[in-house]
Design a protein around this ligand. Sequence first.
Ligand SMILES: Cc1cc2nc3c(=O)[nH]c(=O)nc-3n(C[C@H](O)[C@H](O)[C@H](O)COP(=O)(O)O)c2cc1C
Length: 196
Amino acid sequence: MQEILKNIFERRAVRKYKDMPVPKEMVEILLDAGRMAPSAMNHQPWRFYVLTNPKKIIKFSKEIAQLAIKEIKHVNVTDLLKMTLSNFHLSTMIDFLKNEDHIFYGAPVVIFITTPKADEWGALDVGMCAQNIMLAAKAVGLDSCPVGFARFVTETPDYFYLNIPDTEQVHLAVVIGYGDEHPEPHERIGNNAVNL
Ligand SMILES: Cc1cc2nc3c(=O)[nH]c(=O)nc-3n(C[C@H](O)[C@H](O)[C@H](O)COP(=O)(O)O)c2cc1C
């Protein structure tokens, strides 16, 4: 299979990482891949805030987890259990519970992606950009997970540390690292194309 197709089919959201740093040059390659994404009217609206300080990552993770817990209180317990079981392998789940980092999964690199709040296509552009980053990561032997919960970072007491201007919106974080699990692919819904 051509490499790009192989990466598309083999990329998984990885939620367990080895305690191994990612070289800075590799992170730069991934950011360059993100920058190559298409964007509406070629605005290239993304900005990347790359966090690699392990203490800060854990601090943000804990602060975001607190906020996320409040949010998921509204979800019913069966749905929550289904969602959790579908996302985690048993071994990952055990590590998850032992671990301190419930949001970024112990990944050594967390890339927050923002766009100007005023950019109406920002969220779509970030989606494309994030996918480029994740496929590029796969291509160089790294793993990744998109983390929507990272949007709560704006409400954390430590948010100022990221130096993100008020005019920008955090859409997502992509975590990067050397994966320490091999999740099975989730079955894909196949009957969603209409041939006309
Ligand atoms: C916009 C978006 C937000 C996501 N947010 C989270 C998240 O906060 N935490 C998490 O563990 N996974 C998150 N995921 C990963 C999805 O759960 C995962 O992609 C999905 O279960 C399919 O699995 P796969 O990526 O391994 O194919 C997110 C994915 C997307 C696209």
